[in-house]
Design a protein around this ligand. Sequence first.
Ligand code: A3P
Length: 305
Amino acid sequence: MESEEGDDIFQSLPVFAPDNALYQLYQYKGFWTTKTRLLEILAVHNQFVPLPTDVLLTSYPKSGSNWLKSLIFSIINRSTSKASLLSTHPSHLVPNLEIKVYRGGKLFMRRIFSTHIPYHLLPPSMKDSNCKIIYIARNPKDVIVSLWHFLGSNKSLPPITLEELVDGMCTGVFNHGPYFDHVLGYWKERLSDGSCSRRVFFLTYEELKRDTVDHVRRLGEFLGCPFDGDEEVGEIVRMCSFEHLSNVEANQSEEKIPYGTFTYKSFFRKGEVGDYKNWLTPEMIERIDRVAEEKLRGSGLSLLG
Ligand code: A3P
């Protein structure tokens, strides 16, 4: 797939490659990403055939996607999910769409994929299909802190400072960025969805934390597999809690994930709301808040706190 077509595309794209950059980034239709990821996205466009029963979990990195993967996998697979959760990292329960299409691999019964592709770059066939999309967003300040620890846990990458990440978040020149465009793309789609969330379910990490039980119940209804009683919901919430998942052996492994340089363990750190207060300076907080207010003004969406 390192095709000539791909190489042609790269020659004409804006590139971001300062000396100490973690990755060389390319800007494709407003979206900043790495060469490998862009090749994978192009493969999704060329090869992926969506099914109406597909479920797509979408997010900006470090927004709680692995938590969402565990919950949705459990909601759909119910009683059989427990054994899988106890033995398998969430990234294997719900494969990444781009990596799956590009590299192949095993799938569970009802297809569930995860992705960081922004809404405007999803394949048109997927937008036209009846597949369900669930987007999880998170306070950008917690995203930055989570990302900084995540990148810092990977000793094969050059060190990056919080200042650099705050700068990337605010300017938009950031892997998978601009962050605010990413969130707003799905938010606007959810609002324009006539029935309000028949196809796109938009939730935040903070809301999910505040009332996980209510969200699991609503997600069950959204996915067409509602719950009868409270017991099953409570069990899913417990099994997918940070306290439980972070202690599962498969999630504590120091081995590296396939097609990546991060360990399985690095996807579980603290799992709290508002940890940014322990790491960001008042100036950083003020800068992100200012940009967030500007970008989100008039959208009806608030991600601050
Ligand atoms: P922190 O670094 O703030 O702890 P992603 O899965 O999108 O990569 O997001 C990772 C973030 O989600 C990390 O945040 C991680 O600890 C947190 N997380 C992982 N599993 C979780 C769970 N079951 N409940 C709540 N947060 C979870």
